[in-house]
Design a binder for this molecule. Structure first.
Ligand code: FE2
Length: 166
């Protein structure tokens, strides 16, 4: 693994442990960088190979990547659920601008951590939004706990087993 990727991995693991534990979940308001009715700024640390289910925001968003990679899949709504309409591969230095009607899923395609700042044009935690089951396509109310669980599961898979010498 290249040295820069190794260093990002080490820093990402430390940050993910801090941000994604159940007590200090990344979505807890005190862990956000800014939260108001008209603006929310979040720092995300994506564990390796995490895939976050499709969801909408109901507000504009600007996602800036400063480490690793974040792949986006975009969807259009159909009578049966969703169908893929496109995608983008973001790398450090890239910013994705998303309109308020966008439905997307997010994936860290790498074996290293990814780091991003997400800026939302509204109350990310309070606005009613939707998520979709990636298998059945069924729609349900957005649940921040599902996001936290998805991140924690991926982080657990990323960490070496206790008896793994490394
Ligand atoms: Fe999103």
């Amino acid at each position: 693994m290249p040295e820069a990727e190794q260093k990002l991995n080490e820093a990402g693991l430390r940050a993910a442990k801090y941000l994604n534990t159940s007590e200090t979940a990344i979505f807890h308001k005190r862990r956000t960088l800014y939260a108001a009715d008209d603006l929310t700024i979040l720092q995300f640390v994506w564990p390796p190979h995490v895939v976050l289910f499709p969801h909408d925001h109901q507000m504009w968003a600007a996602n800036g990547i400063y480490g690793g990679g974040e792949d986006n899949t975009f969807y259009r709504r159909t009578d049966d659920g969703l169908e893929v309409s496109g995608g983008s591969e973001l790398r450090a230095g890239d910013v994705a601008l998303l309109g308020r009607d966008v439905v997307h899923s997010v994936e860290n395609p790498r074996r290293s951590y990814a780091a991003a700042l997400h800026v939302y044009g509204g109350d990310f935690f309070g606005a009613p939004r939707s998520q979709w089951d990636p298998v059945t396509g069924s729609r349900s109310p957005f649940d921040v706990e599902d996001v936290r669980r998805t991140l924690a599961d991926a982080q657990a898979r990323a960490e070496p087993a206790p008896d793994d010498p490394g």
